[in-house]
Design a protein around this ligand. Structure first.
Ligand SMILES: Cc1ncc(COP(=O)(O)O)c(C=O)c1O
Length: 384
């Protein structure tokens, strides 16, 4: 149960992230009918704000969808592949695997370039796969694999795909606003993002930014594959300030405020610098504590760090002890969960808060160590 009397938790999970009072305050802007011009105006400001702040105003158009990031990815994918053609999925983590599963469930033929979760996708293998499979209509890549904290070489992959007729769909759900490279350098045709991670908005609104050349042409050629995820339909409605379905209006208010805040704080360059500084504080602290970081430095994102759990410490025990002290960390996904945990530095956070986290983590680990020295490891099941 949520204890409203307790100070707010510091969310070091990779979204939904902590938000500013200003963004949360936007929730109280008031009731609104989405068929009124005020909503159309709000939507127009958000659509323009997204492409402008993410540096794609000259080349892309925004489609906003009410739903989590998965909705934006699935909508983009279903709108990017012509009937009878296939998708090349680049899979080196949980979100790459999820895209593959989406394609399979929707009956889209798939080719896959796979890599170990610690390794980036090799662009040369993408070029080889495109040469070997001329039926590929879309390449789907995850920019920042949130499951590991690894950034894939999307700029190089984008250059390869741009030279073909295929479109590039980039799941940038945990990358928009704070990861590198800057989005124009990727030349993606569909860039999927969400409100509640690096943009510091609230859950409920996500988006796909579609390129005006290849992307829009593809939208014209692909028939709708569903009602809710019909991207062409959403775009046509949104261009005239309308929506197909009831939007998550409070999340749109918050996104509007978050975009204004993002801009006023210095936009993309400032947020990248801020996130880099946060990640550096966090990683220096984890390093001092002797925790192994399995992703090699050149591939690490600015926002998520995976660390190995210390010998004899289970994720659950670590999580619970840190939560008692006001911090929420995150489990590693799937098979990695018994050996690793994740810490995100997304959201409305200060460097001092991250320094405090490192010191609380040090206390928790030293208390665990003292207990182990006195009594031995608590149970064999807690060792990985
Ligand atoms: C890279 C990536 N893709 C997709 C998703 C799915 O987003 P959501 O949980 O908002 O549906 C996430 C969520 O963390 C993500 O990190």
């Amino acid at each position: 149960m949520i204890d409203h009397a307790r100070p707010a938790l510091v969310l070091l999970n990779p979204g939904p992230a902590n938000t500013s009072e200003r963004v949360r305050g936007a929730l109280t802007r008031g009731d609104l009918c989405h068929r009124e011009s005020e909503f159309g105006d709000l939507l127009g400001v958000i659509r323009a704000g997204l492409v402008e702040t993410l540096h794609l105003a000259d080349s892309h158009e925004a489609v906003v969808i009410s739903g989590s990031g998965t909705a934006a990815v699935e909508m983009s994918l279903l709108s990017a592949v012509r009937p009878g053609r296939s998708v090349l999925v680049l899979d080196n983590g949980v979100y790459g695997a999820r895209i593959r599963r989406m394609c399979e469930l929707h009956g889209l033929p798939v080719h896959v370039v796979e890599a170990d979760w610690r390794q980036p996708i090799d662009p040369a293998r993408v070029a080889d796969a495109l040469a070997a499979h001329p039926d590929v209509d879309a390449v789907a890549a995850v920019m920042h694999e949130t499951s590991s904290g690894l950034v894939n070489p999307v700029r190089e992959i984008g250059g390869i795909v741009a030279a073909t007729d295929a479109v590039l769909v980039v799941d940038a759900i945990s990358a928009t606003g704070h990861e590198e490279p800057d989005l124009p350098e990727i030349r993606a045709d569909f860039v999927c993002g969400t409100a509640n991670k690096g943009l510091h908005g609230l859950p409920g609104a996500s988006f796909s930014l579609v390129s005006r050349d290849k992307g829009l042409a593809r939208l014209r050629d692909v028939p709708a594959r569903g009602v809710y995820l019909d991207m062409s339909g959403h775009l046509a409605a949104q261009r005239v300030g309308d929506v197909l379905h009831t939007p998550a209006i409070p999340a749109y208010y918050a996104l509007d405020e978050a975009i204004r805040e993002f801009r006023e704080q210095g936009g993309y360059p400032a947020r990248v610098a801020d996130y880099r500084a946060r990640a550096a504080v966090l990683r220096a602290g984890l390093d001092r504590l002797g925790l192994e970081l399995p992703i090699a430095p050149p591939h690490r994102s600015n926002s998520v760090t995976t660390a190995r759990l210390p010998e004899g410490v289970s994720y659950q025990r670590l999580h619970d002890a840190l939560k008692e002290r006001g911090f929420v960390v995150y489990a590693a996904q799937g098979a990695l969960s018994s050996e690793f945990f994740r810490v995100s530095n997304m959201g409305h956070l200060s460097l001092e808060t991250l320094e405090r986290f490192v010191s609380e983590l040090a206390d928790v680990l030293s208390a665990t160590h003292t207990r182990q020295v006195r009594t031995g490891p608590s149970s064999p099941g807690e060792r990985s």
